[in-house]
Design a protein around this ligand. Structure first.
Ligand code: MN
Length: 237
């Protein structure tokens, strides 16, 4: 007999500063490389290539305060602190100048990465899926509307683990600035309300372990903190 289709699917949503409404998440795009010092520490190709994008599933987004289970299939879970842009209006083939108006707001984010799986994918010329697109892999802080985030794009990102600073950068050191990223993305995909764009990470990425507390501070934005939990088991019940 065919089973009944009785489940419902929760809509992932993020809080918005100053609003009772939430921001429903549609898609999660991430920029592959966007700071020269991180490209150098990863010993990856050209520093002037066009930006490229990968996606994480929307239900990989977790809010500040969450405990993120240590994921399966890795012994090298790493943080990447990133500025996140939240898209508020539809657009395609946008110029950098026109792209800015489509950004609803900004948040602090972490592109959690199974680095051992990502390196394997790279060596075998496979997609980055196993390294990047796992459950709970996209922590994101509350969204601050863009008109209240005037100093953010010329500000700083600081990621710390257990109160030790690990990544610190000026956001002005992005290879492709925010208008250019949104413009590039909009040439490949129609951007839509609810899209999140993780804009890349600077140098300093490293492993975290169960019990570690990761904090991301970006100028003007609400703080993002997550704690790494125990290793998640996928054993049959
Ligand atoms: Mn990243």
């Amino acid at each position: 007999m065919t089973p009944a289709l009785l489940w419902s699917i929760d809509q992932t949503a993020l809080p918005v500063v100053g609003r009772t409404e939430v921001f429903p998440v549609r898609r999660v795009y991430c920029v592959g490389r966007n700071y020269i010092d991180h490209i150098r520490e990863m010993r990856e190709g050209s520093e002037r290539d066009d930006p490229f994008f990968f996606q994480k599933p929307p239900d990989a987004v977790v809010a500040t305060g969450a405990t993120v289970p240590y994921p399966p299939q890795t012994d090298d879970l790493q943080f990447e602190g990133e500025l996140v842009a939240a898209i508020g209006t539809e657009g395609a083939d946008l110029s950098p100048r026109d792209a800015v108006a489509h950004v609803f707001g900004f948040a602090a984010g972490i592109d959690l990465t199974r680095r051992d799986r990502q390196r394997e994918c790279r060596e075998m010329a496979r997609p980055w899926e196993a390294g990047k697109s796992f459950d709970h892999s996209a922590p994101c802080g509350p969204i601050l509307p863009a008109d209240e985030a005037a100093g953010t794009l010329s500000g700083e990102l600081l990621l710390s683990v257990n109160d030790e600073p690990r990544q610190r950068t000026s956001l002005e050191l992005m290879i492709w600035d925010l208008p250019e990223i949104v413009s590039h993305l909009s040439r490949s995909y129609r951007i839509m309300p609810g899209d999140l764009i993780y804009t890349g990470t600077p140098a300093g990425v490293a492993a975290v372990h169960p019990g570690d507390r990761i904090r991301v501070d970006i100028t003007g934005l609400p703080v993002l903190t997550v704690t790494i939990g125990e290793r998640e088991t996928h054993a049959s019940q």
